[in-house]
Design a protein around this ligand. Structure first.
Ligand code: ADP
Ligand code: MG
Length: 565
């Protein structure tokens, strides 16, 4: 690694570097490399352009965190983002990188004013907010931007797409002349350059060019899998491939260590590589892997550089790479020397948006596949046992057991004796219950998800009111809400997949019992619901009779009455 590629070379303080290490980042992403030195040294405005998921938050966040004064009592930085979900994400990211006593807080629509007022009064150094609510506070005189040093327009293209231009315009009029304006965006449509021209002085454009590399040699597939199910999905993939020999990529050191420990606990032969592994240890691990004493190498992108291993059966993206370039680098490790390998990418809800952007950029054919079922895994294991048995029979090298075989068969039937022997050899290997259930979430080809909401006609809802509630709670535009189906006690709506997590989070916010979730299988719920009701014995608690869902109906009702007031 060259000096230019380290965080140390960017001019950040030792305290900040410590926070970065603790967070587990190893090297700066390209946009971080470009922007951090400029933001630390100069005073000009900047436009930063890089694809989604490339670390733009830390790119502006680290210099701001480093230069802001702790507990100054005045808002020094305002970061405008288009949605609540992003407000929370950005706040979390900044908090995780913060050192000292800098306060960071999210101010967004739909949340209580009182609570926000209380925080504003106490003094927030860095506010992350959605334009509408920020403007409300400015109108009410509850947010003072007179000491503002940085105004960041994050995801500026999205913000314009969502029609926030006038709000942003007005917010800018509340900020002092000498503040720095930083604009970050994945794309640069005309309207953004217009905005920049209007408001920015001495602007520097820092752009990370998208790369176009080819990935043709590798078979590429992806699985949609919940973050919490990734581990079990991985074990199934390992178990269906008798020759499994792979690098599994994680994004941070912490994630590498955690995954290695879980694999070892389950009896797999895994080792981990990341920046904290010493050179001597690294060489030892690589030797072991090359000789196949271990067949799973878990690594960060940086640690995997320069590893020269042939004939991998798989490269697994346990979490998405930082950008499409790393994706191409990662999967280029399989399919070498004419060997066709398989690259598997796990995609959780929150990674979906970045994945779509990445896939577009790589222009690769990445197919969706289903995670092998437990049935598949066990069938393959049986096959594997049978072929091993055939091989052993062919060798004819088991004379030392011949006498024993006779003794056993004298007192047991061949079926009993063999089954018992198989059990001795393979223990619980074929036991289906050792594979935890993996829940699929329904995303169709059009990229939409079905949402289950635990309110229905009996709660006074009509399709129109469901749409209104979704808009109010999540800010989702009307045009994105489709196919509303309302039943007596619950409802379904279809929304864009990438909004699903945000919407359910918004609907469930502040309530003890979730009332919305991504539907697994609408049909089974719809079939089950009336049947259960018919067969009800009167005493059954209503909270149990909803197709097994953990949505106590009383709690859901109360929650919504409270919200409707
Ligand atoms: P963007 O705003 O460009 O879409 P984010 O700032 O949301 O991207 O970052 C995406 C993810 O990448 C986050 O989980 C973040 O913690 C992680 N990340 C950012 N910078 C680095 C880095 N240098 N090394 C590893 N992970 C990083
Ligand atoms: Mg971002």
């Amino acid at each position: 690694m060259t000096a230019l590629e380290t965080f140390e070379s960017l001019g950040l303080s030792e305290t900040t570097l410590e926070a970065i290490r603790a967070k587990g980042f190893e090297i700066p992403s390209p946009i971080q490399r470009l922007t951090i030195p400029v933001l630390l040294a100069n005073q000009n405005d900047i436009i930063g352009q890089a694809q989604t998921g490339t670390g733009k938050t830390a790119a502006f966040g680290l210099p701001i965190l480093e230069q802001a004064l702790p507990a100054s009592g005045k808002v020094q930085a305002l970061i405008l983002v288009p949605t609540r979900e992003l407000a929370l994400q950005v706040t979390d990211e900044l908090l995780s990188l913060r050192t000292g006593k800098i306060t960071v807080s999210a101010i967004y629509g739909g949340a209580s004013y009182d609570e926000q007022l209380r925080r504003l009064k106490k003094g927030i150094d860095i506010v992350v907010g959605t334009p509408g609510r920020i403007l409300d506070h400015l109108h009410r005189g509850t947010l003072d931007l007179s000491a503002l040093k940085w105004l960041v327009l994050d995801e500026a293209d999205e913000m314009l797409n969502m029609g926030f231009i006038d709000d942003v315009d007005e917010i800018l009029s509340y900020t002092p002349e000498e503040r720095r304006l930083l604009l970050f965006s994945a794309t640069m449509p005309r309207r953004i350059s217009d905005l920049a021209q209007k408001y920015m002085r001495d602007v520097q454009v820092l752009k990370v060019e998208a790369t176009h590399l080819t990935t043709d040699l590798t078979d590429q597939i992806y699985f949609e899998v919940r973050e919490s199910d990734k581990f079990d999905a991985l074990t199934r993939i390992i178990d269906v491939e008798p020759e499994f020999y792979a690098i599994v990529f994680c994004r941070t050191k912490v994630a590498v260590d955690e995954l290695v420990n879980r694999l070892l606990e389950r009896g797999y032969l895994a080792d981990g590589l990341h920046g904290d592994v010493s050179q001597a240890q690294r060489e030892k691990i690589l030797r072991k892997f090359k000789r196949r004493f271990s067949n799973i190498l878990v690594a960060t992108d940086v640690a995997a550089r320069g590893i020269d291993v042939n004939n991998l059966t798989h490269v697994i993206n346990y979490s998405l790479p930082q950008d499409s370039e790393s994706y191409v680098h990662r999967i280029g490790r399989t399919g070498r020397a004419g060997n066709q390998g398989t690259a598997i990418t796990f995609i959780s809800h929150s990674e979906y948006r970045q994945f779509l952007a990445m896939r577009k950029e790589v222009k690769a054919d990445i197919r969706k596949e289903e995670i092998p079922t437990v049935h598949d895994v066990i069938a393959l294991k049986k096959q594997h046992i049978l072929s091993e048995l055939e091989e052993t029979i062919e060798t004819q090298m088991f004379d030392e057991y011949a006498g024993m075989a006779e003794t056993i068969l004298a007192s047991h039937t061949p079926e009993t004796a063999l089954a018992a022997l198989l059990k001795m050899s393979f223990k619980n290997d074929l036991d289906a219950s050792s594979y935890p259930e993996i829940r699929t979430f329904s995303v169709d080809r059009k990229g939409t998800a079905r949402i289950f909401i635990a309110v229905g006609r009996r709660d006074g809802f009509t399709p129109r009111r469901i749409v209104e509630m979704l808009q109010r709670e999540s800010g989702l535009p009307d045009a994105h809400i489709n196919d509303v189906k309302i039943m007596d006690e619950f409802s379904f709506v279809t929304i864009p997949f990438e909004e699903a997590e945000h919407v359910t989070r918004c609907l469930n916010k502040g309530s003890k019992h979730p009332i919305a979730e991504i539907a697994r299988n609408e049909k089974s719920v719809r079939r089950a619901a009336p049947r259960r009701k018919d067969g009800r014995k009167g005493k059954t608690s209503r909270s149990k009779d909803r197709a097994g869902r953990r949505v106590p109906r009383k709690a859901a009702d109360t929650e919504f009455r409270r919200k409707r007031r």
